[in-house]
Write a protein that binds this ligand. Structure first.
Ligand code: PLP
Length: 476
């Protein structure tokens, strides 16, 4: 493809994208296709001869859109939001054009340096203490990981190397294998599945602890588990505190947990994948009280801060536990400026990395902090509107306090009836929700996901739920 065609193609695609997003609420939120729908729609083999771009364009609705779940529709209330904005889409175009692989500073200095500064900007916006920021002048700083799951694993590996070194100093006679078999980490039973997975990948035990009656991991619960394990000869080394659990968006008692970790030299990682973005609004920072006691902190701008996937921001107070511990230095990756700026290849699992700081830069500049705060506050207000509609109907109950953009609700009565309710709602095809279950109580989750959501959309979603409930209860 030559530049002329590229310009025409990109212009046509830009028009298409704007039309798609601005009118997204008119499309069925979940497609009605069956598995295997796509193969008959495309040829068996790649074309021998080049096709015109217009042919590709002509196939987008037929082949792709017919099988897309529209995550940015105001009718989409499943999981948590994933971000989408025009500035981030344009930044991804530029990133695609530069197409560098910024694993070291010299591999593309702008790629590394913009990331360092953007993570400082974002850290300040969130109200993170200076001890997490590169501008503090020490070794601390932020990095963009692909996902929160990677951040949890990277932090676990850092915790492992820090504890291994300490224990080896205390017990030079113990082998690595002996020490490893004693390491134990902790999280709330409600923590994301990626925490358990990090334990499996890292080859260490992770214990899921039963939270209090508000589903929060508390300091005393953690303390008891740690004491019990120390008595058994185990070595507590890592704790993940979740701020905004996936099932019901509850917040672990970070301040209490921080004290327990500090007393035992246990690495504390904060997983604020979804809810962390809300800390750009000062009124929600009470939920991260004690954050200065953490060793690492993670939040996904790609969830709730209008930066398209993938952009998972992670800060480390002492990156040396990852940078030094897993340092392999082949000659072809060495450069003369080593040590004067981060070589981000040491801060992550893969070697390759895209120029993701661009989309953070574009979004922060083109929205400004003020409009990003408005976005968060609007989603939370819409969640409260839905909560109010729900509480005004005596057939329903709210099962968790609403603090962010998620409402957990159910019909009063059995799990069966709620399972039937969800089947009806999703079966009617107008809106899309997923369920969850805590302590054997099945409930529905309504997440405010789209940046296009307005009050009128919430009323439409509520009507759908109410009508579905009418049908379910009439059948009883
Ligand atoms: N942690 C929490 C609290 C989450 O809610 C999620 C996903 O929703 C994750 C981790 C995993 O996020 P990612 O897909 O970025 O790995």
């Amino acid at each position: 493809m030559e530049a002329g065609d590229f310009k025409d193609f990109a212009k046509a695609m830009t028009d298409y994208i704007a039309e798609y997003l601005e009118n997204i609420r008119d499309r069925p939120v979940v497609p009605s296709v069956k598995p295997g729908y796509l193969r008959p729609l495309v040829p068996e083999q790649a074309p021998e001869k080049a096709e015109p771009w217009t042919a590709v364009m002509a196939d987008i609705e037929r082949v792709v859109m017919s099988g897309v779940t529209h995550w940015h529709s105001p009718r989409f209330h499943a999981y948590f939001p994933t971000a989408n904005s025009y500035p981030a889409i344009v930044a991804d175009m530029l990133s695609g054009a530069i197409a560098c692989i910024g694993f070291t500073w010299i591999a593309s200095p702008a790629c590394t340096e913009l990331e360092v500064v953007m993570l400082d900007w974002l850290g300040q916006m969130l109200g993170l203490p200076e001890c997490f920021l590169a501008r503090s002048g020490g070794e601390a700083g932020g990095v963009i990981q692909g996902t929160a799951s990677e951040a949890t694993l990277v932090a676990l590996l850092g915790a492992k190397s820090r504890t291994m070194q300490r224990v080896k100093e205390q017990h030079p006679e113990w082998t690595d294998t002996e020490i490893l078999s004693k390491l134990v980490g902790y999280c709330n039973k409600q923590a994301h599945s990626s925490v358990e997975r990090a334990g499996l990948l890292g080859g260490v035990k992770m214990r899921s602890l039963k939270p209090d009656n508000k589903h929060r991991l508390r300091g005393d619960i953690l303390q008891e588990a740690i004491d019990e394990d120390i008595k058994k000869g185990l070595i507590p080394f890592y704790v993940v505190a979740t701020l905004g659990t996936t099932s019901s968006c509850t917040f672990d008692a970070l301040d209490e947990i921080g004290d327990v970790c500090a007393a035992r030299d246990v690495w504390l990682h904060v997983d604020a994948a979804y809810a962390g973005s809300a800390f750009i609004c000062p009124e929600y920072r009470y939920l991260m009280k004690g954050v200065e006691k953490a060793d690492s902190f993670n939040s996904n701008p790609h969830k709730w801060m209008l930066v398209n996937f993938d952009c998972s921001a992670m800060w480390l107070k002492q990156p040396r536990w990852i940078v030094d511990a897993f340092n392999v230095d082949p000659l072809y990756l060495k450069h003369d400026q080593q040590g004067s700026a981060p070589d981000y290849r040491h801060w992550q699992i893969p070697l390759g990395r895209r120029f993701r700081a661009l989309k953070l830069w574009f979004v922060l500049r083109l929205y400004g902090v003020e409009n990003l705060q408005k976005h968060i506050r609007k989603h939370i207000a819409l969640a409260h509107l839905f909560e109010k509609l729900c509480t005004c109907d005596e057939r329903f109950e709210i099962v968790e306090e609403v603090t962010m953009g998620l409402v957990c609700f159910r019909l009063k009565g059995s799990n069966d009836i709620n399972e039937e309710l969800l089947r009806r709602i999703n079966g009617r095809g107008k809106i899309h929700l997923v369920p969850s279950k805590i302590d054997d109580v099945y409930f529905l989750r309504l997440a405010i996901c789209s940046r296009f959501s307005e009050e009128s959309d919430i009323h439409i979603s509520w009507e759908e739920i109410k009508n579905s409930a009418d049908e379910v209860l009439a059948q009883k």
